[in-house]
Design a protein around this ligand. Structure first.
Ligand SMILES: *[C@@H]1O[C@H](CO)[C@@H](O)[C@H](O)[C@H]1NC(C)=O
Ligand SMILES: *[C@@H]1O[C@H](CO)[C@@H](O)[C@H](O)[C@H]1NC(C)=O
Length: 186
């Protein structure tokens, strides 16, 4: 019998360890580190929410902080665009209460503005005008809150509660990363 089986077993073990190390080393810990900071600075973000959101984009694993910032803005853009389409769908539906429709109409305007503002934020971010991106993101963050308040004022149950919450938290996440970057670029 040759000693090969044990050598290859060793090799398999070695490769497995190497693989496990590189799977995390590419570099996942920047996500965790960034999320820890974001959650500390803004309790609206939440560590788990931050990690789950950023990890939903495979590019996060090989991004630096600047890359993560852009990813967070893109996630927010996608989310806000989706919600805007959903609002339009609800407005078209005959099943939607006219009373709710009045609120939805306001939300549609807010989300439409938010989509445009996010395009501006992306442009500003890409040329490292972080203060501008910050102002844009802060105004985007108001949209889900104002939309949600509209339902609350009329004592109606919001069909957008979860979506508004997602948009709010994703804005807080993007804002928090942009704030970190603007501090480090001074
Ligand atoms: C990943 O990032 C952490 C913290 O920034 C660092 O300590 C670690 O060495 C990095 N790992 C790799 C493989 O770059
Ligand atoms: C919006 O973002 C949240 C949080 O990342 C996510 O759970 C949800 O699936 C997103 N919704 C859409 C429509 O992308």
């Amino acid at each position: 019998m040759s000693p090969c089986p044990s050598v290859s077993l060793f090799l398999v073990f070695f490769l497995t360890v190497l693989h496990a190390a590189s799977a995390d080393g590419g570099n996942t810990s920047i996500i965790h580190e960034t999320c820890k900071k974001c959650a500390q600075e803004d309790p609206n973000v939440g560590y788990k929410f931050c990690v789950a959101s950023l990890e939903s984009n495979p590019m996060s694993h090989c991004a630096d902080l600047r890359g993560l910032g852009l990813i967070s803005i893109k996630l927010l853009r996608h989310n806000v665009t989706e919600t805007r389409s959903y609002v339009k769908k609800l407005l078209k539906s005959k099943k939607t209460d006219p009373f709710i429709k009045a609120c939805l109409q306001d939300c549609l305007e807010l989300y439409t503005d938010a989509v445009l503002t996010l395009e501006e934020a992306t442009r500003a971010y890409k040329v490292e005008r972080y203060e501008e991106a910050n102002v844009d993101l802060s105004s985007v963050m108001d949209a889900p809150t104002t939309c949600e308040d509209g339902f609350a004022e009329k004592g109606a149950a919001s069909p957008l509660a979860e979506r508004n919450k997602d948009a709010f938290r994703l804005s807080a996440l993007a804002l928090s990363i942009v704030t970190m970057l603007s501090r480090s670029s001074h």
